[in-house]
Design a protein around this ligand. Structure first.
Ligand code: GLP
Length: 223
């Protein structure tokens, strides 16, 4: 699998923003899957600057913590702050995983297919909150976060004890049904896991390795 190495984070952000922009311009009714975490922040900043027309776009977020959605570190707050409140997207058009999870899956199905899915990668190879060992056939469900993920994400909270231990995540099977997938990774600490996921064995121990089985994936990395 080809990994495109970019000069720096600015270039990573503008390259992925170019892909989102082209998608929305070509197909104003696009259905997108969107990520959270620190890596997409530059992409959202870039997309806001471009003042695109989001009025017909429908979005689905990859995952949410099981926590108060009004907490500043909830993924709902993150999306409102970094993207949704700064574009003309309709609040009714932006969806987050919810329970019953089968109803969320029905909502995705009802949208007639995802055009573009943007992903980050966790330091243990997770995508969304599909931790190592997740079934390649998994659908949206409630999951327990691994110790590694809780530790990695504790930087967003005052203490590690405040990090939620459960989440609702789209499944690997759900993600793989997207027509196009973009995976981005920022920082030398992601290089090893990215290499393992893209060039190593395709195994449920490394959730992102499933992407080797998809025929339209672009990977972007900067150190
Ligand atoms: C969280 C999210 C993932 C994201 C990962 C990496 O665990 N659930 O979707 O890919 O963090 O985030 P970062 O970009 O902050 O390294």
């Amino acid at each position: 699998m080809e990994v495109n190495v970019l000069k720096n984070y600015k270039e990573l952000s503008s390259t992925v923003a170019d892909i989102v922009e082209a998608q929305i311009k070509e197909q104003p009714l696009s259905k997108l899957i969107l990520p959270t975490g620190s890596t997409p922040l530059g992409i959202y900043e870039e997309l806001v600057k471009r003042e695109l027309d989001w009025s017909l776009v429908i979005t689905f977020n990859l995952d949410v913590y099981l926590m108060n959605i009004d907490h500043p570190e909830s993924y709902q707050s993150y999306m409102r702050k970094n993207l949704f409140n700064r574009t003309n997207i309709y609040p009714d058009h932006s969806h987050f995983p919810f329970r019953p999870t089968s109803a969320f899956e029905d909502k995705i199905d009802g949208s007639m297919g995802i055009d573009l899915c943007i992903l980050g990668i966790g330091s243990n190879g997770h995508i969304a909150f599909n931790e190592p060992g997740s079934s390649f056939k998994s659908r949206t469900r409630v999951v327990e976060l691994s110790e590694q993920t809780i530790e990695d994400n504790s930087r967003f909270f005052d203490s590690i004890d405040e990090v939620p231990t459960q989440a609702i995540t789209m499944g690997l099977g759900t993600i793989m049904e997207s027509k196009k997938i973009v995976l981005m990774a920022n920082g030398v600490n992601k290089l090893n896991i990215l290499n393992v996921a893209m060039n190593g064995e395709v195994t449920e121990d490394v959730p992102a390795s499933i992407l080797q089985n998809h025929d339209n994936v672009k990977v972007f990395y900067c150190d």
